[in-house]
Ligand binder design. Sequence first.
Ligand code: IMP
Length: 398
Amino acid sequence: MPVKLVLGLQHGDEGKGRVVDDLVQNWADVVVRFQGGGNAGHTVYDKKGNKFVTHILPVGVLSREIINIVSRGCVVDIQEFCEEVTALNVKPGQNLSVSGFCPIIEPTHKIIDRLKYQKKLGTTAKGIGPAYSDFYARDSIMVKDVVDRPEESLIRIQSKFFDLQEKRAQDGESLEVLKPDFDLFNDWVSNYKEMTNILSLYKLNNENVLQEYYKKEYNILLEGAQGSGLNIFSDNYPDVTSSAPSVGGALNSTGLNHKQIDEVIGVIKSYKTKVGTGSFPSLIKDGQENILSKIGQEFGATTGRPRKCGWLDLDEIKLAIKANGVDHICVVKTDVLSHVPDPKYYVHGRTYCLHRIKEVKTSDTGFSELLSVIKNQTGVKKMSYTTGPKRGEIVWNV
Ligand code: IMP
């Protein structure tokens, strides 16, 4: 079983990071981040059990013996990349590479995201959408460009920045309003040489390396970010992110083919959370949302924003399972649901009651009912679950 793919089947924040982390500890040789960028926040632990959050780096990065790859089409903020490798002490040439075909997130992308989309769509303002706009317009500056031709790339980056600022000035923005962005950009430019030098030390040398690892029967783990509900190819458009957290997205980015994926693991939280705009049919309004939010610490790992809480929405999960051929479901945070006196789930457009979960054990009436509902509704027989928030608190294949 050399390739497993972990996907979120809700609106992100399902707890994929800890599921990936468990597979890193017990199974994977290689971990690949294949879509999105610094909008994600995945939890990782070092050997001593200290907790960290990665944004663009794969979750295996703190396990030095694991090979980690950020594969093509992920959007990379080179400043945040440098900060993340420094914070996590990931040395060049050690266990991390970034595809040369990752578009970089330019300062201009972050400004456009902040001005145009942060309020409108509730984006993370990390520049993700505007960076992907340039990618599809075939106007991206990629990791390979800033590494191989840094001066020429900088001229393009500067020209896009000055064009935007000029347009903002023409639209009536005062110099006072524009100044902070000029200051940040000037700082960025003064660090550019150093950042590109650092990035060059991590650039992937062989874009076909995953097929080679596959041939060698390495265990390859593909780490999805966000979730199916945020897939740009979903009906939720435009309340989505700009990448495809899906099997399709993973194939495009990694160069593996669909026959090479042995197991698709869908991660679901026992309730649902969401940030940003868009409909939320299972939203809880009876006060129990506050319990889930507090006990589940439902605040964005990247932005710190509070997440809205709702009941497990099996309608959206069933769609995600069909679209991705999910083989295996991992249910997380059932311990959090146990704090709610009157738990429910949502399917066929309405809510249904569950027995209260007293213990996260298959012998518990409420808990076994929850697992049976998920199994019966989705038709996925292979299930796993977490029993608590700590590393190792996960039961595979029940
Ligand atoms: P963007 O990805 O920053 O462009 O934001 C687009 C939408 O995706 C917004 O609703 C964000 O809140 C949401 N989003 C992006 N990344 C995540 C994530 O990792 N977890 C949850 N929501 C996310």
